[in-house]
Design a protein around this ligand. Structure first.
Ligand SMILES: O=C(O)COP(=O)(O)O
Ligand SMILES: [Mg+2]
Length: 227
């Protein structure tokens, strides 16, 4: 008998259908059945991973907004200040640009510590304005995130692991982009799916052939343990 390891899972690019968007429904059952804690570590706003945990039927262990929001299951921590990102966006808008999500902007509506800008908006002016405010812009392949340079997913994962009583070194993480590098540096074993960007591939212990959920499902099959 081998025990399943705790998991740290990114959402976009990792749990997504091979076409690139939408959660692949095949991941629901193995996550529901998983015999160890699962941390969802994402760049998405807090309600999205919470809803994912809710709909899969697993406890809420969540790192959202690239580490800006950490939920240990009992307590929620905010580790970055949204005001600086807000100031960057105001300047970006004043210069004639837009966040690119339309009037409802459900991408940022519940975002607490950073701002996300659509990939179809100009990056260079955003980077310049962010730098003037001491912030960085990271490109996850799904959005540009204007954020503090400080918090990251890995620190959030470490905080949750400490609270839950698991050793990060025992965790297996799967991810696809630059915002997963800190996760890979925190856990014992990191897998980059085949569609991952160069930063994630370089930081991972192993790069998978399969893309998106196909890659993730292949890892889960390999490490799920036996009874
Ligand atoms: O929000 C994003 O841009 C990416 O989200 P992810 O970290 O779950 O891939
Ligand atoms: Mg991702």
């Amino acid at each position: 008998m081998t025990a399943a390891p705790p998991l740290v899972l990114d959402i976009d690019g990792t749990l997504t259908r091979p076409e690139g968007w939408g959660i692949d429904p095949r991941v629901f059952e193995p996550l529901y059945e998983w015999d160890a804690p699962i941390v969802i570590a994402t760049g998405k706003a807090f309600p999205y991973p919470i809803a994912l945990c809710h709909f899969v039927g697993i406890p809420e262990l969540v790192v959202a907004e690239n580490g800006g929001v950490v939920h240990t299951g009992d307590d929620v921590f905010f580790t970055a200040d949204r005001e600086a990102a807000r100031a960057v966006v105001e300047e970006y808008r004043a210069a004639g640009y837009d966040l690119g999500w339309g009037a409802a902007d459900t991408v940022n509506r519940w975002r607490e510590t950073e701002i996300a800008v659509s990939l179809d908006q100009p990056l260079e002016p955003l980077r310049e304005i962010a730098a003037e405010h001491g912030l960085e812009v990271i490109d996850t392949g799904y959005a540009y995130h204007v954020k503090d340079t400080d918090p990251n997913k890995g620190e959030g994962v470490a905080r949750i692991a400490d609270y839950v009583g698991i050793d990060p070194a025992d965790c297996v993480a799967i991810g696809d982009s630059i915002n997963d590098v800190s996760t890979f540096e925190t856990v014992g074993r990191g897998f980059a799916v085949g569609n991952a960007d160069e930063a994630a591939k370089a930081a991972a212990d192993e790069v998978l052939d399969d893309i998106h959920a196909d890659g993730t499902l292949a890892v889960l099959e390999r490490i799920r343990g036996t009874k």
